[in-house]
Design a protein around this ligand. Structure first.
Ligand SMILES: [Zn+2]
Length: 228
């Protein structure tokens, strides 16, 4: 079995600690992570890097962060954009929207995969996505997916959206495994040591009744990473 962790962070590199994990996508939280991630990807070819500003840290973001983000992405064609998004339970929604839309726009223009964080703000995210419906929207990986059926149906209208299942899948919350098509599923730890990728795969295997699901998910992740 081969597994790629579709969303982890700099302090938890899954390939070193969990069995069968052959690759990991490392997402930034703050700008201070960017260089560390770049360094890691240069020294370890199992690591794929995503750079961006997380909605939890928008208060400390510098106004000109986007200039450095664009420069970094332009000089490194394989870097993706993440973790970006909106979180209803964190302060300063107006600033979150500003920082998210700036980054989403950059990802669209440079055609980079987006790792999306959304908690309780799907109405706002769907509004943003609607504006891009007719332009070339980048591939989006929704991290730790957990939302209702209506939202899932709206997201499935976009063929570029993938769903990364994590701790919510294991703990049986609202992650809609039954309704997500197998070719759109990825798996992730989100950098949490207690989340075992094998447990998530087992759960998906049982629900989908598909013994080859791990191979399908591995292929899905490679397809996303190739950004074809
Ligand atoms: Zn994360």
């Amino acid at each position: 079995m081969k597994i790629i962790d579709a969303h982890t962070h700099i302090d938890y590199i899954t390939c070193d600690v969990q069995p069968d994990v052959v690759g990991a996508i490392c997402c930034a939280v703050a700008e201070s992570d960017w260089n560390k991630i770049i360094d890691l990807t240069k020294h370890d070819n199992r690591i794929y890097g995503a750079v961006g500003i997380h909605p939890w840290v928008v208060d400390s973001v510098k106004d000109d962060f986007y200039i450095r983000l664009i420069k970094l992405l332009e000089t490194n064609s394989n870097y993706m954009v993440g973790e970006i998004g909106l979180d209803k339970y964190k302060p300063n929604m107006q600033k979150q929207i500003e920082v998210f839309t700036t980054q989403f726009d950059i990802a669209t223009k440079l055609n980079r995969i987006v790792f999306l964080h959304c908690v309780g703000a799907w109405d706002k995210i769907l509004c943003v996505l609607k504006q891009y419906k007719n332009s070339r929207m980048p591939k989006i990986v929704v991290h730790n997916f957990n939302a209702n059926k209506d939202i899932l149906e709206k997201l499935l209208e976009y063929k570029n959206i993938y769903f990364s299942l994590g701790k919510n899948a294991v703990y049986g919350k609202n992650c809609r495994i039954e309704q997500i098509p197998v070719n759109r599923i990825l798996v992730e730890t989100d950098g949490k040591k207690e989340v075992l990728l094998k447990d998530i795969l087992l759960k998906i295997m049982q629900i989908k009744n598909d013994k080859n699901i791990a191979d399908v998910i591995y292929d899905n992740t490679l397809k996303v990473l190739k950004n074809e």
